[in-house]
Write a protein that binds this ligand. Structure first.
Ligand code: FE2
Ligand code: FE2
Length: 190
């Protein structure tokens, strides 16, 4: 049986927020300790990066490609709330890319065998990056997500519930399940 798709997205908000708690901690520690906090926060940043580039993007895809599309079929493509939410997804994805690339760059510096390390490390350290870039981008992402999830929960999801019939909602749920099957490798054990 397919779960109510709006409830599914709400549950994902709660789950994503709890998975980003370590990022809040990392941002705080970087604010206090700067570059010196990096050894301690690096595992937290890597885990946050994993959640952003997999679960968060998949969540936004379920909204953009399925739920918002269904709402726009009822209310039109110019419908303000979905236009704004789609724009915010693009902003969030821009920050996710910057966060991911900065971590990647740092990773290359940490493995000198695959990089001309000394000059590169100096360059990064002198420009204040990457600790400051990661702190700023992480803080920005948290602020954007807090506000974005709030708007979906307070405005867009209630509208969707009002305008989508029970049959359309069931279809939205099925299409989200289909996206899951396309997006992930088959796993044993059902
Ligand atoms: Fe969203
Ligand atoms: Fe969402």
């Amino acid at each position: 049986m397919t779960t109510d798709p709006i409830q599914r997205l709400l549950d994902e908000h709660v789950e994503l927020m709890s998975k980003f708690e370590p990022l809040r901690t990392a941002v705080h520690l970087l604010g206090e300790g700067g570059e010196g906090a990096m050894p301690r926060v690096l595992p937290l940043l890597r885990e946050a990066n994993r959640v952003m580039t997999t679960e968060l993007l998949a969540h936004a895809e379920r909204e953009d490609d399925v739920l918002f599309e269904a709402v726009e079929e009822e209310l039109g493509k110019e419908f303000g709330p979905t236009v704004v939410m789609r724009e915010e997804h693009r902003d969030i994805h821009g920050s996710v890319t910057l966060f991911r690339d900065t971590l990647h760059e740092l990773n290359q510096v940490e493995h000198p065998a695959i990089h001309s390390s000394i000059g590169e490390l100096q360059r990064l350290t002198e420009s204040g990056a990457p600790a400051e870039v990661l702190r700023r981008t992480g803080a920005n992402l948290i602020a954007m997500l807090d506000s974005h999830f709030g708007k979906e929960e307070e405005i867009l999801f209630p509208i969707a519930r009002e305008v989508l019939s029970r049959q359309v909602l069931a279809e939205v749920g099925r299409r989200m399940d289909e996206l899951d099957r396309r997006g992930t490798a088959p796993q044993g054990g059902g």
